[in-house]
Design a protein around this ligand. Structure first.
Ligand SMILES: Cc1cc2nc3c(=O)[nH]c(=O)nc-3n(C[C@H](O)[C@H](O)[C@H](O)COP(=O)(O)OP(=O)(O)OC[C@H]3O[C@@H](n4cnc5c(N)ncnc54)[C@H](O)[C@@H]3O)c2cc1C
Length: 320
């Protein structure tokens, strides 16, 4: 019986990608899947997990990674998990290597693909800033540890189990040397990974990229970009879609002046509908699109805005 531990990170409680990845690793083998995290990030009631361990904030805060690592190490020594998975989020990227060092095991970071067959596990991850994809063969003793890129692995079943909940209170943290002086709410734009509608711009709209915001506002959508736009300094890297950017799964992806390079398409996973607006109907993105509009992308935005206004359409509720 395989035992799996998933660290459910802050801010991404609905993300089932770690669960999906664990299913790919254990295949048809009997397994117990446990999730660990803070109360607000965990499911309530029955869920896909067999067991949920709640970390008590009164004992260890998430920013106190030294004590959090010690807690995870203690849990591993009691439960002996075969597989331990973290998301490749800022906290996951801090915790996973610390725990790997504490347990004296290896860690594969930023995994984007899993191939488990006949007792062999091979993992895919970008290497050399995404210039090539490395295949890593797992050897030796466990636990098998990795961080996984969010939004790559998906799980759709509605199956739920009778989840057993326990709050971890026994751990006695050491004095961490961190004193919380003040907390401030971060005012941030919506993460492109969480948006159901993305208005994405590429080289074809480079010089009028700010016009995408006009359409995004009316459609209650979020603006994203290709690397061409990001490398030109017109857009921030946090909104870049693709192999060296973020992986997104919106319901609707409007690609304005984007050619659809392999590296860009790599960042589109489970997108329901792609509308491609391009002056070149033979651009690679057009072969993936549900609808292709051949023409100038800025003209498309202007005409669409006029139509939306004429028909008094309101997208405030439907799209997010
Ligand atoms: C290691 C590596 C990692 C990479 N990672 C990423 C990544 O994460 N994300 C990413 O996007 N790229 C990535 N790239 C870059 C990628 O190879 C392409 O160079 C990039 O995606 C091109 O962006 P683009 O399609 O927006 O621009 P372009 O290649 O300049 O294409 C512009 C498109 O707009 C069309 N067009 C021109 N004018 C108009 C107009 N007025 N109206 C409508 N359409 C118009 C053109 O026909 C063309 O199809 C990576 C490359 C490498 C080597």
């Amino acid at each position: 019986m395989k035992k799996v531990l998933l660290y459910l990170d802050k801010n991404r409680p609905q993300d089932l990608s770690l669960f999906a990845a664990s299913k790919m690793l254990v295949k048809d083998e009997a397994c117990i899947i446990s999730a660990i995290g803070y109360q607000e990030d965990l499911p309530l009631g029955n869920s896909v997990y067999d067991e949920v361990m709640i970390i008590d904030e009164k004992h260890v805060m998430a920013y106190d990674t030294m004590n959090l690592t010690a807690l995870l190490k203690q849990i591993q020594h009691v439960h002996h998990f075969d597989i331990i998975l973290f998301p490749s989020t800022p906290l996951g990227r801090i915790l996973a290597p610390r725990l790997a060092i504490a347990l004296h095991v290896g860690l594969v970071a930023d995994v984007t693909g899993i191939d488990a067959h006949d007792g062999i596990v091979e993992l895919i991850r970008p290497a050399y800033s995404g210039k090539l994809m490395a295949k890593i063969l797992i050897k030796g003793e466990g636990p098998l540890m990795m961080t996984l890129r969010p939004n790559i692995f998906t799980y759709h079943s509605e199956d739920v189990k009778q989840t057993v909940y326990q709050t971890l209170k026994k751990h006695e943290p050491k004095a961490s040397g961190i004193i919380l002086l003040e907390t401030k709410q971060k005012v941030a734009g919506k993460d492109i990974r969480d948006s159901k509608v993305l208005i994405s711009g590429g080289g074809g709209v480079l010089h009028q990229f700010n016009r995408l915001e006009d359409l995004a506002r009316v459609l209650n959508a979020v603006v994203s970009a290709s690397r061409r736009v990001v490398d030109s300094g017109v857009a921030h890297r946090k909104i870049q879609v693709g192999q060296s950017g973020k992986t997104v799964s919106p319901k609707l992806y409007i690609a304005l002046g984007i050619s659809g390079s392999v590296q860009h398409i790599e960042g589109l996973k489970n997108v329901e509908t792609i509308i491609a607006v391009n002056t070149n109907k033979n651009a690679p993105i057009c072969s993936l699109a549900t609808l292709v509009v051949e023409g100038d992308a800025i003209e498309f935005i202007e005409k669409l805005l006029v139509k939306i206004k004429e028909n008094n359409l309101n997208f405030k509720e439907e799209t997010q």
